[in-house]
Ligand binder design. Structure first.
Ligand code: ADP
Ligand code: MG
Length: 292
């Protein structure tokens, strides 16, 4: 590639809100055949809202939410923020927390009023031997609607569940369609459960979903595809995505996401619109064609 064609290409891309970190990425992007997109904040807007609160029999809803809110207040996870906001909007007061532990990919563990509160996934409940057998069906019914559903226990007893719903970016469906028309394989990857992920994938036309990936597992999934001969672009916004963005043949960060993701990536999609993925590949192809 001549420096002139690279410069012209980078300039044109920048006008579309696509920032290539270096000229070499404008060259390598053209051979991408697989795109992995993160779910929350990438395919979706990443601003979930608390939509359901279901408490176990005999549990007072307000007391329940006060404990859950107090626990989540300590967490920096986007889900926690949504939960705390929803509880605040319901006018419920929070309490002082005596201990807190974030369990990445699973949830949180807190002590409030000398009660041990767990909020998170099925796996978290199973780890602490909380019996959730009676509520799994209700949880699944929420998940197939695309809602992220979390379970809570108080002192080892199941106490209730909460669900949050995230909205899908208006541009995601069309952006995915364009990639598929270019014969690019599209996969969605998330720490969220398979049912929720499949429901959201269905809405945007992604049928391949890798779910329940632990934070440290995202880069491993990219490597697996590379080992199978794929040229992989990873697209994400979160701190959790950074290792995968770095390992991918091309990492694309969402401009509205975290700085950590942008630092790890080769390209930043300033507008957060996934159409930038196809645009970047097309521009790279054009640049390479001008060179030959
Ligand atoms: P994502 O890729 O969706 O950001 P994470 O790996 O961060 O997912 O988390 C996976 C799952 O762990 C979440 O879908 C949720 O069920 C649970 N979880 C994570 N953090 C929290 C939290 N602060 N409170 C409750 N549940 C949580
Ligand atoms: Mg994300």
């Amino acid at each position: 590639a001549t420096p002139t064609s690279i410069m012209a290409g980078s300039g044109r891309a920048a006008e579309f809100g696509i920032l290539f970190k270096g000229g070499e990425h404008l060259e390598t992007t053209h051979h991408i055949d697989t795109v992995i997109v993160d779910k929350t904040g990438t395919v979706t807007n990443g601003k979930p809202e608390l939509t359901e609160v279901i408490v176990s029999k005999g549990m007072d809803e307000e007391a329940f939410l006060s404990l859950i809110g107090s626990a989540e207040k300590q967490s920096e996870h986007p889900l926690a923020e949504a939960i705390v906001q929803g509880i605040h909007d319901r006018g419920i007061k929070l309490q002082k927390v005596e201990a807190f532990e974030a369990i990445p990919g699973y949830g949180v563990k807190t002590t409030v009023n000398q009660k041990v509160i767990l909020v998170g996934t099925r796996k978290l409940m199973n780890q602490y031997h909380v019996d959730i057998s009676g509520v799994l069906q209700v949880m699944e019914d929420l998940e197939v609607k695309g809602k992220t559903t979390m379970l809570a226990s108080i002192d080892g007893q199941y106490a209730g569940m909460i669900a949050v719903e995230d909205t899908i970016k208006e541009t995601s469906k069309k952006a995915i369609k364009r990639l598929k028309e270019m014969n690019i394989e599209v996969i969605m990857m998330t720490g969220d459960n398979g049912r929720t992920a499949t429901a959201i994938g269905k809405e945007v036309g992604i049928d391949q979903v890798i779910a329940e990936v632990l934070p440290q597992g995202k880069a491993e999934e990219v490597k697996k595809l590379q080992a199978a001969g794929k040229k992989v672009a990873m697209v994400g916004d979160g701190i959790n995505d950074a290792p995968a963005l770095a390992v991918a043949d091309i990492g694309m960060a969402i401009g509205t996401g975290t700085d950590v993701a942008m630092e790890a990536a080769d390209i930043t999609l300033i507008r957060g619109d996934l159409n930038g993925i196809a645009d970047a590949i097309i521009m790279s192809r054009k640049t390479m064609r001008n060179i030959k």
